[in-house]
Design a binder for this molecule. Structure first.
Ligand code: ATP
Length: 312
């Protein structure tokens, strides 16, 4: 059953706090995900990502604040018919064959993807007759993500979908996730892999210590760090690397200074540098950021980025 929604958010999390004893897993988190978005939740261990997904999927309730899935309370079963989910750890019935598990899960939905089609989509057709207990860890992950799509969900929550996969397995799963997104499915995924977020997500929500530190497009988050890395070999041949906010000005100054250099390279800061900058700022007790990010200068300050050179 497709719940009708009027173009409003698919997920709406408003001022949500959730604690476990003394641990504040989520601290006044607000987040909206619109139809068809592919959002990456990025954060270190214990940041609160899985807790957030458990609230969105109705597995847990917030202590305060509200969570809505297509405008409904996600603890209500009707709201969850729109949802596909792959948890971090997947318990598959070991003695059932792959095809049987897909049939079984699909059987819970009114209009499931036909089993052969789903297996094909996730590149696991040849595993159809294998008992799931005999699958490798990576094969189990692929099956688990496939199962999240079995009921033609409007939204899927993927908690670290490619953990433990080799490069080929990861790339294949990325392609399948992209295909679902292109078909209009809203995707909210968590990952520890920066390259995964960079490869998939249009929008990145950085979470740490239960708070949203940044929520913006991938491009804007990278730009916000506002830094470039300039490197060159100096007169003694040693590689110099500088992180600067204005690489044009830096190079003009370098030329003017008469320093001899070779092998000049300029590149933008990576997502890894942006992530380190954002979470380091949070550890220093700086305030949370909103979707409308401040200028690059404060991002740079948060980054603790310097214009000091480092010898490599
Ligand atoms: N059931 C629970 N009981 C007690 N503490 C919990 C429980 N679930 C989560 N926590 C705590 O809440 C915090 C957030 O955990 P959560 O699993 O949401 O983080 P995460 O960002 O998903 O981490 P990871 O990347 O390691 O999966 C952590 O400090 C964790 O120990």
């Amino acid at each position: 059953m497709n719940l009708h929604h009027d173009g409003g958010p698919v997920v709406s999390v408003d001022e949500v706090t959730r604690t476990f004893g003394d641990v504040v897993a989520l601290d006044h988190v607000s987040l909206e995900v619109g139809p068809g978005e592919l959002v990456g939740l990025l954060g270190p261990n214990g940041a609160g990502k899985s807790t957030l997904l458990s609230l969105v999927s109705g597995l847990r309730r917030p202590d305060s604040g509200t969570v809505r899935l297509l405008g409904q309370d996600p603890t209500h079963p009707v709201a969850r018919t729109t949802l596909g989910m792959t948890p971090q750890e997947t318990g598959l019935p070991a003695t059932l064959r792959v095809g049987e598990v897909v049939d079984f899960v699909g059987g819970h939905y009114p209009d499931p993807v036909p089993t052969p089609e789903l297996l094909e989509q996730f590149g696991i057709t040849e595993l159809a007759r294998r008992q799931t207990g005999s699958l490798s860890g990576g094969q189990k992950r692929r099956l688990a993500v496939a199962l999240a799509m079995a009921g033609r969900p409007q939204i899927v929550l993927l908690d670290e979908p490619t953990t433990g996969l080799d490069v080929a397995g990861r790339t294949a799963l990325w392609d399948a996730i992209r295909a679902c997104h292109q078909a209009g499915v809203t995707v909210l995924l968590t990952s520890h892999y920066l390259e995964e977020i960079q490869a998939l997500a249009e929008r990145v929500v950085v979470v740490d210590h239960g708070r949203v530190l940044a929520d913006d497009t991938l491009a804007a988050i990278l730009e916000r760090v506002g830094a470039s890395r300039v490197s060159y070999s100096g007169p003694d041949g040693a590689r110099q690397e500088h992180v600067v906010s204005d690489s044009d000005q830096f190079v003009r100054d370098l030329v003017r200074s008469g320093t001899e250099f070779t092998g000049l390279e300029i590149r933008h800061a990576s997502l890894e540098e942006a992530f380190t900058a954002l979470t380091a700022g949070a550890a220093d007790g700086e305030g949370r950021e909103t979707r409308h990010a401040p200028g690059a200068e404060s991002g740079r300050a948060r980054a603790g980025l310097t214009t000091e050179g480092v010898n490599r």
